[in-house]
Unconditional design. Structure first.
Ligand code: GLN
Length: 482
């Protein structure tokens, strides 16, 4: 048995019965990394020694009451891990070792998870293909000439290639769901406020949210259980009760009302993707749900508003990288201003600089009203579309991305084309809603993702529909050949 292929719940069962040990499981994952990492390049750091040490400790203690106990997890490199390098795939943080854990890292450690390493990403999570990493591009395990999506491409690829049992990513405009879709795995962006952002390196603070990337929906519920909930260190985290999400793992969508927005199946959506989504709708109907076409009329403006709001917030958040307090400092400089300039010029990549300039411009006096304020008004309209739809429907289903994974280099020369790959995911962040991507088909051997969007803080219904769909189909049982 290849232990690295197990899901969390499968591994947990074997661990609790003492049929396998955490050390064996961890070694199987490390062995897999050795075997395929040259092709996939999902990891920026593999923390081999500490992972083994941790797994030994879990085995010795012998307490497998937590479902995550002794199970290897990969963490996106913008989530702080104490004493373990956290670079955001940027040269400016190439040497940054956080002196503290993000709340999610702390919560996983409290559940005795084994942190196997840190995954590659687009620099500061700005991108859709992981090609914006300052270090190297990650490849899609289904076709290594293609991108894994982004910005959590390393996490999605690691899960798809069985180089970990599950992973954490972050999603500002689609960065968990879009790579999950491209790599044929499950990815959930929780409601804004459901999971603490403390220790997540900020990109666009009003949109960022951490979530799981897993091999199936059950695992997704297990990880969400572990990381969700109020945190006094994040003022935007919601002080609401967190249900036990494993209670959602029931096969039942009878009577559920689903809306299928026509704007998500229009121009630019590949015919195979459209067909897969329509088939998914038929699966739900057969299982007793109703699916109706709806309209979310402001969808087409969401992307453009996002590319004002996200860069505006980024330009402010990234002001802290000045070469003084932490990270890399330029070597030769004349005075303080020169130090700032050189550090930032050398430290940031092209896309990050583009966003900082865009955001600074959109916020500058004289342009603020025309750009930022207007974009915020559009954001309100986008949210109002969803609010209206959710008066009548329990869930909204849509493609996660308009096409399957594209070729490496295909969109790097044209930022607008790259931005378009998030057209189906961005509105959900603008409205702060929970949404999952699950495998729902293939096009030319490449996975297609179905997006299920829920009401605020109703991850439970999203998971229930996703679980029911997963059990009724077999799209998530296929594995890339590599
Ligand atoms: N591709 C989008 C961007 O570059 C979304 C990224 C993300 O969700 N972090 O902003």
């Amino acid at each position: 048995m290849d232990l690295n292929r197990l899901t969390i719940h499968e591994a947990h069962e074997l661990l609790s019965k003492r049929e396998i040990s955490s050390v064996e499981l961890t070694k199987a994952v490390l062995h897999r990394i050795e075997e395929v990492e040259e092709k996939v390049r999902a990891y920026l750091t593999v923390d081999e020694d500490r992972a083994i040490e941790m797994s030994k400790k879990v085995d010795e203690e012998g307490d497998f009451s937590s479902p995550l106990s002794g199970i290897p997890v990969a963490i996106k490199d913008n989530i702080c891990t104490r004493d373990l390098k956290t670079t955001c795939a940027s040269r400016i943080l190439a040497n940054f070792v956080p002196p503290y854990d993000a709340t999610v890292s702390e919560r996983l450690k409290a559940k005795k998870a084994v942190i196997i390493g840190k995954t590659n990403m687009d620099e500061f999570a700005m991108g859709s293909s992981t090609e914006n990493s300052a270090f190297f591009a990650t490849r899609n395990p289904w076709d290594v000439d293609r991108v894994p999506g982004g910005s959590s491409g390393g996490s999605a690829a690691a899960v798809a290639a069985d180089e970990c049992i599950y992973a954490l990513g972050s999603d500002t405009g689609g960065s968990i769901r879009q790579p999950a879709s491209y790599c044929g795995v499950v990815g959930l962006k929780p409601t804004y406020g459901r999971v603490s952002r403390y220790g997540l390196v900020a990109y666009a603070s009003s949109l960022d949210q951490i979530g799981p990337l897993t091999k199936d929906v059950t695992d997704c519920a297990l990880v969400l259980n572990a990381i969700a909930g109020w945190d006094e260190r994040d003022s935007t985290s919601a002080n609401l009760p967190v249900p036990d999400f494993t209670k959602s793992l029931v096969e039942d969508v009878k009577g559920m009302k689903m809306g299928l927005p026509k704007e998500y199946l229009g121009e630019g959506v590949e015919p195979e993707v459209k067909e897969a989504i329509l088939s998914a709708a038929r699966v739900f109907e057969k299982l007793g749900a109703s699916v109706e076409e709806i309209s979310l009329p402001h969808t087409e403006y969401a992307l453009w508003a996002y590319y004002i709001i996200a860069p505006a917030e980024a330009s402010s958040n990234l002001a802290r990288y000045d070469g003084i307090r932490y990270g890399v400092r330029a070597k030769d400089y004349e005075d303080l201003l020169d130090l700032y300039k050189k550090t930032r010029s050398e430290g940031f990549g092209r896309e990050v600089k583009r966003r900082i300039m865009l955001g600074t411009y959109a916020l500058s006096s004289g342009y603020y009203d025309a750009y930022y304020l207007k974009a915020m008004k559009v954001r309100t309209l986008v949210k109002a579309d969803f609010d209206r739809a959710f008066e009548k429907y329990d869930l909204i289903i849509a493609p996660t991305a308009p096409t399957p994974a594209f070729k490496l280099g295909e969109k790097t020369g044209d930022p607008l084309k790259m931005y378009m790959s998030d057209v189906c995911t961005i509105p959900v962040n603008m409205a702060g809603l929970p949404a999952i991507s699950i495998p729902c088909g293939f096009s030319g051997g490449l996975p297609i993702g179905l997006q299920i969007i829920g009401k605020p803080f109703d991850e439970a219904t999203v998971l229930r529909a996703a679980y029911t769909f997963e059990r009724a189909t077999d799209f998530n049982s296929r594995k890339p050949a590599l």
